[in-house]
Design a protein around this ligand. Structure first.
Ligand code: BDR
Ligand code: CA
Length: 314
């Protein structure tokens, strides 16, 4: 199969950075470009971190386009610092990249790239969906011209992580998410249903660190804060592998079991805002709009991650 030509929309972010490391070590994916979004921190921080991480993992030729700094219709809460550190990378204060972002706005870049190569580009979003919502509003025809869309987001049949019912990426901009679920495009959702089944613990991370490459040294530096957050606030000794799971789906969809469902997002000022509601019994009589990942071979995925990222000399 031809490698995916991927536009990655991201808010690095500890697990976003680990997802970029997986991309860098996967021949099934050619990274076309990166767009950034607020989420785990302000968008300026996501941009700085995207450039830093791309340099470290050997993708310093990949261009970065900065995107939205706030949700479409609400203010940005900015809770990500508690999870990812005030620098988004586990309080490591890594040196800045010598590079800067390109001048085009992320949503414009997404539109121009997809329209210039009809049917060629895959879009993966592992942060809030504002850039995708804006891109769809600017040029609705991107839905017909993108090859595939994969998002890390949502909690279809499990509790949320940002509210009782909502997953953080959707919770951060439910109105944008609603545009993404409402578009007529081939959408796969890799949400908490599967990402909370793929768990890395200190022992796994120590094995990964043994390679002592620039990439695994970065992961060894940024993960302790993330692991501590899960211990302190969730009483968990493991960290869920959110964003890399969306990349793993692109690499090997057979790792996942999926179901096609109609999914809607609760928007507005509502206690359930950001909830992804699946119409399991087709009460609304609508055609399925989402390929939802519901199961994952976690052992296989964890082995894939360590073999690729730990086995490389980057
Ligand atoms: C998602 O929220 C962010 O904190 C992570 O980077 C991931 O994309 C998990 O809910
Ligand atoms: Ca993310």
């Amino acid at each position: 199969m031809e490698p995916h030509k991927l536009v990655l929309d991201t808010d690095p972010g500890v697990d976003d950075s680990m997802a970029i490391a997986l991309i860098a070590n996967s021949p099934e994916i050619t990274l076309h470009s990166v767009t950034t979004i607020f989420g785990n921190g302000p968008v300026s921080l996501s941009t700085e971190n995207a450039l830093r991480v791309l340099d470290i993992v050997g993708l310093s030729h990949v261009e970065v386009f900065e995107g939205a700094n706030k949700p479409l219709l609400r203010e940005f809460g900015g809770e990500g610092a508690r999870v990812h550190g005030s620098d988004g990378l586990g309080e490591t204060r890594m040196p800045p990249s010598p590079r800067s972002a390109e001048s085009d706005f992320a949503a414009i870049h997404i539109v121009n790239s997809i329209m210039a190569q009809p049917g060629e580009l895959t879009l993966a979003a592992i942060g809030p969906l504002t850039n995708l919502g804006l891109a769809l509003s600017i040029e609705p025809k991107i839905s017909e011209n993108v090859k595939e869309v994969v998002i890390m987001g949502g909690a279809v049949d499990v509790p949320g992580n940002a509210s009782p019912l909502a997953e953080a990426n959707i919770h951060n901009d439910p109105e944008a998410a609603s545009l993404v679920f409402g578009a007529d495009w081939p959408l796969t959702v890799v949400g908490l249903d599967v990402t909370t089944q793929v768990l890395m613990d200190a022992k796994y991370l120590a094995s990964l660190a043994k390679s002592q490459t620039p990439t695994t040294d970065m992961i060894a530096a940024i993960t302790p804060h993330y692991l501590d957050f899960h211990k302190k606030y969730r009483s968990e000794t493991t960290m869920p592998v959110h964003d890399s799971s969306a990349i793993a789906y692109l690499i090997d969809p057979d790792l996942f079991s999926t179901k096609k469902l109609y999914v809607d997002v609760i928007t507005g000022e509502h206690p359930c805002s950001g909830q992804t509601v699946a119409d399991w019994k087709n009460h609304w009589g609508k055609e399925a709009n989402t390929n939802v990942c519901l199961g994952v071979d976690a052992d296989k995925m964890l082995a894939m991650y360590i073999n690729r990222v730990g086995g490389s000399n980057k």
